[in-house]
Design a protein around this ligand. Structure first.
Ligand code: HEM
Length: 141
């Protein structure tokens, strides 16, 4: 993936493998944090977010697995971005999700969380979110 080194990809994959066994807990932590950071975001989601929790974790798994295959990853993320535009998600929301995601990874990884991990995940999220935002903007134009 453009902008990521091989070492960063390895690190992100190792981090995600460590979070996967506790993914339900991680998803709970993530959404609690997200809605604490911006309670209005809750209104964008349906009342029952249990399916949403699974969908988010599955998508992060797919993204992490395909980091070395942008030909697979980019079109899927573009479609995801277009759908998010229809959900009422704005570019500002992506910053709040970034904060909640990094915080969740830090909680989930404990000692395995490091400045290098933070940089690598910030890079990964930045690529995903900018792809989503650009494609939602194109769709709206
Ligand atoms: C890398 C970033 C993100 C990923 C991987 C992601 C992933 C997903 C997935 C897989 C779905 C299921 C529906 C679908 O596939 O269209 C979904 C739905 C949704 N996402 Fe995201 N999302 C991201 C960012 C955001 C942001 C920034 C927001 C805004 C706060 C957001 C709000 C929503 C909402 C409101 C839904 C619809 C839920 C419902 O219908 O109840 N997402 N997201």
């Amino acid at each position: 993936m453009a902008g990521l080194t091989d070492d960063q990809i390895k690190l992100v994959k190792a981090n995600w493998a460590a979070v996967k066994p506790i993914k339900e807990t991680a998803a709970d932590l993530f959404y609690d944090k997200l809605f604490e950071l911006d309670p209005k975001i809750r209104e964008l989601f349906s009342e029952d977010i249990s399916i949403q929790k699974k969908a988010l974790m599955a998508t992060i798994s797919f993204a992490v697995a395909t980091l070395n295959h942008p030909d697979k990853l980019v079109p899927a993320v573009q479609d995801l971005g277009k759908r998010h535009g229809k959900y009422g998600v704005t570019s500002a929301h992506y910053g709040t999700v970034a904060q909640a995601l990094l915080w969740t990874l830090e909680q989930g990884l404990g000692e395995a969380w490091s400045p290098e991990a933070k940089t690598a995940w910030t890079e990964v999220y930045g690529i995903l979110s900018s792809t989503m935002i650009d494609s939602a903007a194109e769709e709206a134009a």
